[in-house]
Each structure stands twice: as structure tokens, then as C-alpha cells.
Ligand binder design. Structure first.
Ligand code: FDA
Length: 316
């Protein structure tokens, strides 16, 4: 796993950005089969079935329309339309208004990387989605992308929280700055999804060993649990899951005041076990045709995920 982390992981994440690799990989029939394990499907109907199944199983959901890093205004507008449409269909679900429904979105899918007006466009597009979600009783959380986008994203979140104070965002424990960000957002009562972080980052901004990232996660978790906000503990790691429960107990939190979160298709048994034991558990459910970046980050995260893909290739 050490060689995987230090050599293979950055190679996979960087190579994945090359167009010729993306084009070849996405054309392989086996890729589609393996992608199904991590993605609910390409259409809105696909994601609604997955949402209904999760709700029926006692889980909350966060729906993610896949896509990122657009530098095309029309693409960003299409992403907004996709969110408005999925929000409309989610508002027909019984769980609507109970806090069990959420959408997650990426600012670079809403135009953040566009030259000149990127920030303004992403802010206004996110505002449109927040307003539609708010009126339908659906929560919104803004995902974390690579480190170059963090400061601007947090500025946008601060700005939007003046109108939508339940807007959440993600903080990544592998970034050296995150402990300070946790302090700020915990004090302001925000919904914060804490994850380890899934991008290839330079050591100048990120911790590079598992032990350092785990220590940072635990420090951040303590700050969030003792703060005024709603911690969202996004991890499949048994150590983080147990620590979250101990810290919630220590800080006198009720089960409704924080939650576990895991990704669709990963440790589904554990998701159910925690929910059955009375914890709040939300599953993050991605859908859409632009699954490539998400899929590669899942492969790079864990040798077993990459092996699963390679085995499927070999069996073809
Ligand atoms: P990690 O990958 O470190 O695994 C630790 C241990 O967990 C393993 O050793 C094993 O014991 C157990 N485990 C993990 N996967 C397992 C499996 N499939 N089966 C059995 N056991 C398993 N990242 C980001 O950069 N920006 C973001 O916005 C988000 N958003 C996000 C939302 C949600 C809801 C989640 C759960 C995650 C994210 N992430 C993310 C991804 C995150 O940064 C991280 O890459 C993954 O969650 C993997 O880290 P873990 O903490 O889960 O454990």
C-alpha cells in the first residue's frame, strides 16, 4: 500500500487527465461494467431509483450530478438545468423537507474555471440551485476539488451562506490549512462534510503520509464535534467512524446533530449497520454521463478498487 500511495496513486490521478487515456478508457466495455459499482447510472431515472432504495433502507441521500472543470458557459448552464430537474423530481419524494434529501455540487461544473467571469458565474449558478433546493426542502453541499480552488470556494460559500445558512461545504483533512478552516466554519455553525481528500496534491499544501492525514482528520473532527455546526463525517475508515462516535458522545451531541456519510457502492453493509444502530447515515449518490474523473479518483484511492478494475479487464 505504501508503493501504491507514493508511486501509483499520483500516476493514476495525473495520467487520468490526459485526453487520449480518457478516450481509450471510456470506450472499453469493461469500464462501463466496473463504473456501475460506483455510479447509480447515467439518467435521472437511474438516480431516482437509487435514491428511493436508499430512503427505503433508512438512509439519507446526497445526489451528485457528475461533471467538473468546464470552461464552457453552455455546459455550466446545462448543469444548472440538470440540478433543477432532479430537484423537481426529488421534491415529490416523501422524505422531502425532513433533511434526508440533499444535492452535492462542484463549482467547477458551474463555471468556476472560466476565464474572467468564472467566480461570478459559479456563484450565481450555485445561488440558483440553492434557491430551488431551499424552496423544496432539499439541502445543498458544495464539494471540495483540488487545492487551487479552495480559497475561492470558501469565499463563495461565505457569501451564499448569508442567504442560505444551511448551505454546507467539504473540507479535506489532507490539506494543511484545513484545521484553521474547521475552526472558522465550526464557530459559524456551518454544515461541514469532513473527508480525507482525493486529489494529487503537492507536499507544500498537503500532508503526504496516511498517518499524518489520519491525525489531521481526528484533530479536525474534534473541532467540528465541539463546534456549533453540523458535522458530516465522510469516511469509510473504521478508525474515523469509531472516533466520530466517541467524540459525539464526549461533546454531548444528539444523534440528529451530526451524521456519517459514505459513497454509493462502498461499504453498503456498514452503512446499514450504522443506520440500524440509530446513527444518521447519508449515502452520496453520483449519476450522469461524465463519470470519468469520479471513477478514476475511486480507483486511485484504494489498491483493491484498482485490482477490481484490472481483474475485470483480464476476464474480458
Ligand atoms: P480510506 O480510503 O483512507 O480507507 C481507510 C480504510 O477504510 C481502509 O483501510 C478500509 O479499512 C476501509 N475501507 C475503505 N474503503 C473500503 C471498502 N470499499 N470496503 C471495505 N473497507 C473499506 N474527496 C474530495 O477530495 N472532495 C470531496 O468533495 C469529497 N466528497 C466526499 C463525499 C463523501 C460522502 C465521501 C464518503 C467521500 C468524499 N470524498 C471527497 C472522498 C474522500 O476524500 C476519500 O478519498 C475517500 O472517502 C476515501 O477515504 P476514507 O476516509 O473513506 O478511507
Amino acid at each position: 500500500s505504501t508503493a501504491f500511495d507514493s508511486i501509483l496513486r499520483p500516476v493514476i490521478l495525473r495520467a487520468a487527465a490526459a485526453d487520449h487515456i480518457k478516450n481509450t478508457a471510456t470506450r472499453l466495455p469493461v469500464t462501463a461494467r466496473v463504473v456501475d459499482r460506483f455510479v447509480a447510472g447515467e439518467t435521472q431515472d437511474d438516480v431516482l431509483s437509487a435514491v428511493a432504495a436508499s430512503l427505503a433502507g433508512g438512509l439519507s441521500v446526497s445526489v451528485d450530478h457528475l461533471g467538473e472543470a468546464t470552461v464552457d458557459e453552455a455546459d455550466a448552464a446545462a448543469t444548472v438545468r440538470a440540478y433543477l430537474s432532479v430537484l423537481e423530481s426529488m421534491s415529490g419524494l416523501e422524505a422531502s423537507g425532513s433533511g434526508r434529501l440533499e444535492v452535492s455540487l462542484k463549482l467547477t461544473a458551474l463555471g468556476q474555471s472560466l476565464p474572467r467571469h468564472g467566480r461570478k458565474m459559479a456563484t450565481e449558478n450555485a445561488r440558483t440551485i440553492c434557491a430551488a433546493a431551499h424552496s423544496r426542502g432539499v439541502l445543498v453541499t458544495i464539494d471540495a476539488e483540488d487545492h487551487s480552488t479552495v480559497s475561492e470556494r470558501l469565499d463563495i460559500v461565505r457569501e451564499l451562506r448569508r442567504d442560505f445558512d444551511d448551505l454546507g461545504t467539504v473540507l479535506q483533512a489532507y490539506l494543511r490549512r484545513t484545521e484553521d478552516d474547521c475552526r472558522e466554519f465550526a464557530a459559524s455553525g456551518a454544515r461541514i462534510r469532513l473527508c480525507k481528500g482525493a486529489y494529487a496534491e503537492p507536499p507544500s499544501v498537503a500532508f503526504d503520509t496516511h498517518a499524518q492525514v489520519d491525525d489531521s482528520y481526528l484533530r479536525c473532527l474534534r473541532i467540528l464535534m465541539h463546534g456549533n455546526g453540523h458535522p458530516m463525517v465522510a469516511s469509510h475508515d473504521p478508525t474515523m467512524i469509531e472516533a466520530a462516535q466517541a467524540l459525539a458522545h464526549e461533546s454531548g451531541r444528539s444523534p440528529e446533530s451530526w451524521e456519517h456519510q459514505m459513497l454509493f457502492g462502498i461499504r453498503s453493509d456498514e452503512q446499514r449497520r450504522l443506520a440500524d444502530a440509530g446513527a444518521q447515515v447519508r449515502v452520496y449518490i453520483p449519476y450522469g454521463s461524465q463519470w470519468y474523473g469520479y471513477f478514476v479518483r475511486r480507483l486511485a484511492e484504494r489498491p483493491a478498487n484498482l485490482l477490481f478494475f484490472l481483474r475485470a479487464l483480464a476476464e474480458r
